[in-house]
Design a protein around this ligand. Sequence first.
Ligand code: CA
Length: 223
Amino acid sequence: MRLLIVEDEAYLAKLLRRGFVEEGYLVDVVDDGAKALAAAVSVPYDAAVLDVMLPDLDGFQVCERLRRSDCQVPILMLTARDTVTDRIRGLDAGADDYLCKPFSFAELCARIRALTRRKGTAVQAPVQLRAGRLRLDPLSRRVWSGSSEVYLSQKEFVLLELLMRYPDEVLTRSRILDHVWGFRYPVTSNVVEQYIRSLRRKLGSDLIVTVRGMGYRMPAAPS
Ligand code: CA
């Protein structure tokens, strides 16, 4: 699952990123409205957490513009005050849910889960990712190789999802660390290598290509 977080307070943004990464999401963080608009129209996020107080456009404006440009990503707004006016403004702008600061991370997480579930049960079927014989369902978190299901740990799953979302693209170790582990590991750690090894063991050694000195790449159609 891919999540966009729009928050300009660096400390809170970092906490949210770490929290959602630990929950197994692929997380992108941006710190202003313009970047949020650019990111949300170019990447098919499963949900967005949008702070109202931003330096340029406020969260309401970002939300309105996204809806006007026909972007249907489920949006949860973070509002500073629990006033009826703010809530109504957010929902009018096209937000799906809202939460007042300060909030508990557990509640935010539960609401994001609810939003992505709702999206998954909508008319449009959830998108499955494919690469050669591999098939991955981000919503149910299941993976198949051919017709047999493969059982992965949470981190293995997130790493595989990341690779499959960027077929034929070289992902550097630091980008992988950032997305899959958040800030917990130093770049010198060999945790990425360990997990690539275990994915290869479970899925076949031809699926992930090592690009020496750069990182890893998943061919769109493994040979
Ligand atoms: Ca803010």
